[in-house]
Design a protein around this ligand. Structure first.
Ligand code: ADP
Ligand code: F6P
Length: 458
């Protein structure tokens, strides 16, 4: 039987992948345990130049090998901070205004991909199935192919794939697309993403796209849409079970009889948090009956903090939270509770269960697992309402949410009010419909359909 080799920028450690960490780690670890295999990637550590060229650090856990490598500071600056998060992330999220391009960073991105591929080579067996994840590793298969690797190699993009006119802004767009053509299967979160990729191939690469079959740059590959999901029953069980934890009790006691709107995101400009704060402000302004009666809890752990655009969004949010709280706070009331910290996964799910509204309004998002987790965590007898951006990949499946445009501040405020006042019957109906969508396409389906297509792609 073939083994699975997963390659991703970050590798969840064995303890994390057993249950406390995010959906991807849990889902991928499940497949690794079934098939046996290797999870390879960056350790998350940066070390001095010489020390960074050590071979992978190996941890064996049953039939799964975790193999991680350290990066030098220069590698980190060019590959992760520079090209991945200073060029690809903003452009792929339609934020050209926040993107920069630097040839040295791009050279570093390719150099690190080539080096990572070389580190994996000795761990590979001829019939391994290789599954590469996300925008950090677009050239990874090309490097393996150059080294003579003939295995099936699949790629899944967790973030949006932008329209051709947008990706043309990256000066090396053609090299990136050529690299993607070295995979056997390229998977996307939504139909729009797959279509945008195929449009580029047809219009700008003189390629052919028929259904899911693509020919470009002298290679044949398949595309597909694989919507990443969650395991809803596990989340519901844990959300109920963790309800007695200290943090959950503290929040319940502190809100007293007020209603709660809950948002959880990495502190990223793509998540639309500024617009969300303004919508909450508008709600307080336009509905005196809700003043002092509802709080927004925004949990936003800092991320990529050494990238200037992330420092800027953090300053903006601090300013906005302070300004709005200054305007509407009472001696016993804080409208926006803004917390820059992480929580244990199951505590977070129990916090979701306390909130009458899940407010998930990214300006762009590949999928947005938080939206799915919020729905899964609800009490089915008395569920909360999801207010969801139309620009989250999740909106394609969760159409029973209150769908909003995050640029329409007044529209978001209205949706919040509607959610807070929604009758129980309507809440139950919407929740059942969304839960059914989560069950139809859970995390196992995402993983199994991708791997089925990849195995069939030989
Ligand atoms: P992204 O991949 O852009 O960060 P997603 O919403 O798809 O966005 O996934 C984020 C994941 O990280 C979710 O599983 C969410 O529960 C988790 N997460 C987000 N914020 C926190 C936090 N403060 N503490 C713990 N987990 C968090
Ligand atoms: O889903 C997008 C993503 O970039 C993942 O690849 C990554 O694990 C997550 O967001 C967190 O970002 P980072 O690894 O930069 O902290």
């Amino acid at each position: 039987m073939s083994r699975l080799v997963v390659v991703s920028n970050r590798v969840a450690t064995p303890t994390e992948s057993k249950g406390s960490s995010g959906g991807l780690a849990v889902g991928v670890f499940g497949a690794l345990k079934d098939m046996g295999g290797v999870w390879f990637g960056w350790s998350g550590d940066t070390v001095t130049e010489g020390a960074s060229h050590r071979p992978p650090h190996i941890v064996q856990e049953g039939n799964v090998t975790f193999a991680t490598v350290d990066l030098s500071r220069r590698d980190y600056d060019q590959y992760y901070k520079g090209f991945s998060n200073g060029t690809l992330w903003p452009v792929f999220h339609y934020r050209n205004d926040l993107a920069h391009f630097d040839r040295h960073e791009y050279a570093g991105y390719r150099r690190v991909n080539a080096w990572l591929a070389r580190q994996l080579l000795p761990l590979l067996k001829p019939d391994d199935v290789i599954w590469v994840h996300d925008y950090h590793l677009i050239p990874f298969a090309e490097e393996l192919r150059l080294a003579g690797v003939k295995n099936r190699i699949g790629y899944f993009l967790h973030i949006p794939f932008p329209a051709p006119q947008v990706i043309l802004n990256v000066p090396v767009h053609e090299e990136l697309l050529k690299s993607l053509s070295c995979y056997d299967v390229v998977g996307f979160q939504t139909d729009e993403d797959e279509q945008a990729f195929q449009d580029y191939i047809v219009r700008h690469a003189h390629g052919v796209a028929k259904g899911r079959d693509v020919q470009a740059y002298g290679r044949k590959l398949r595309t597909g849409v694989y919507r990443i999901g969650v395991f809803p029953d596990e989340i519901a069980d844990q959300a109920a079970r963790y309800a007695k934890r200290k943090e959950v009790r503290e929040l319940r006691t502190s809100v007293e009889n007020r209603k709660l709107v809950m948002s959880v995101d990495r502190l990223d400009y793509s998540k639309g948090i500024v617009e969300r704060f303004k919508a909450f402000e508008q709600l307080l302004e336009s509905s005196p009956d809700l003043q002092n009666q509802v709080s927004l809890v925004q949990i936003a752990p800092p991320t990529r903090s050494d990238v200037a655009t992330y420092q800027q969004i953090r300053r903006t949010l601090e300013y906005e939270a302070g300004r709005i709280n200054g305007r509407f706070s009472g001696l016993n009331y804080t409208p926006i509770r803004y917390l820059n910290r992480r929580y244990d996964r199951w505590v977070l799910m129990s916090l979701f269960r306390l909130a009458q509204v899940g407010f998930v309004t990214p300006l762009r998002d590949g999928m947005n697992l938080v939206a799915k987790e919020y729905v899964a965590a609800q009490d089915p007898d008395d569920p909360g309402v999801l207010v969801l951006s139309r620009f989250a990949g999740a909106a394609a499946e969760l159409d029973a949410a209150l769908i909003v445009n995050p640029h329409d501040i007044a529209g978001m405020a209205e949706a919040l009010i509607r959610g807070l006042k929604m009758p129980l019957d309507e809440r139950r109906e919407r929740h059942q419909s969304m839960l059914a969508a989560l069950r139809t396409n859970d995390l196992g389906v995402w993983r199994d359909t991708f791997l089925r297509d990849l195995k069939a792609s030989a």
